[in-house]
Design a protein around this ligand. Sequence first.
Ligand SMILES: Cc1ncc(COP(=O)(O)O)c(C=O)c1O
Length: 419
Amino acid sequence: MAQTSVKARLQPILSNLYHVTDNPNGIVDMGSAENHIMTKDVSDFANSKIQTTPTTFNYGEGPWGSKRLRTAMANHMNKYFHPFSDIHPDELVFANGITSLCESFGYAAGSSGDGILISRPSYQAFPANFGAKAGLKCVFVPFGSTDQFSVSAIANYEKALLEARERGISVRALLLCNPHNPLGRCYLLATIKAVMQLCDKYSLHLFADEVYALSVFDSSSSSSAVPFTSVLSFDSTPYISPDYLHVVYGMSKDFAAGGLRLGCLYSRNKALMEAISAVSQFSWSGPVSQLFAAQMLEDEEWKEGFLEQSRGVLKERYEKCTGILDEHGIEYSPGSNAGFFVWTNLHPFLDLSSCKDEWAAEDALADKMLENGLYITKGSSLQAEQAGWFRIIFTQEDDVLEEGFGRLFNLIGAKKVEA
Ligand SMILES: Cc1ncc(COP(=O)(O)O)c(C=O)c1O
């Protein structure tokens, strides 16, 4: 297998996590995109509200998700995504995470060697998710100085598609990660419509990953931040056929419950839904997880409070993290109002003298971080266009963030700048 081993990369980190008293020499995780603060509320909810029955431990109604869960999710999305047409439970298929749904979609949407357009930078797992087994190739789209959230970005997608064709890659789909990981920004409605028109022009499936849909916060530092607009929230039929529009969503981010391993795909394309269901036994979501999720989604009062608290936490953590970066004169990508990350420019701290190029210097800095007990994802893993950018996860408690930034600043020699 030519695939990079995720276990080899992550096990040394995840099995040795920092804890202020239990493991002070462990690794500070500012790399995994999890909302570590809200997980306590999820655990409290589970401990107080969830009752299993013997049937919970059966195989359940099948891998695609129980009627109860699909109904609860359809109601949830109808309330929070403001869809133009109501979402029906039969238009949802569940799997053990969006990760698996990317793979199933990869099998269904094309043949091995076909392509899917994805903007740069990008969530690091997409190449493996679409490619490892289904063989779909990620065709990453660079933007240079063009704002990828603006309508002008469409020309970049089209150029990348035509260049891929010249290399013999038949592009079948376009992935729109909205809100965007790692940039933490949302797409303008006009851009979404233009993306749909491009998809229509080239018969591309639009695969919208909206997993951070409700992890959007008021950002006082980004007055121009764009609110989240779901691809489902307006009449898209003038721009794209419903058969080509698909959305993935799940429990991992907005519900701080990645460990449930639950994601769903919404589509009105019956052939696609059948193709995905035909292989869904390989990505079966467990009925215990399904019960937890259904209960969380159904409890409107708890959910409302949880989501509101989560938005407050995200705003506060984002401001804390960017405040620390500001104090040290470190640049980060502006305009964020979503997700758990700050896209941070550590280029000035790369040691270019001992490396063959900037990318090697970025690798060297990431390696040194790990040696010094700090895990932050480097830009090359996220298809950054320029070396030196890192994705810092801010959804950690104070002691973890302070320890992590302390280790980082020690390593790179960053000092507080004079006010
Ligand atoms: C954009 C995006 N999509 C999907 C996933 C993974 O989702 P799941 O846990 O449902 O497999 C992540 C996790 O980091 C993500 O950032």
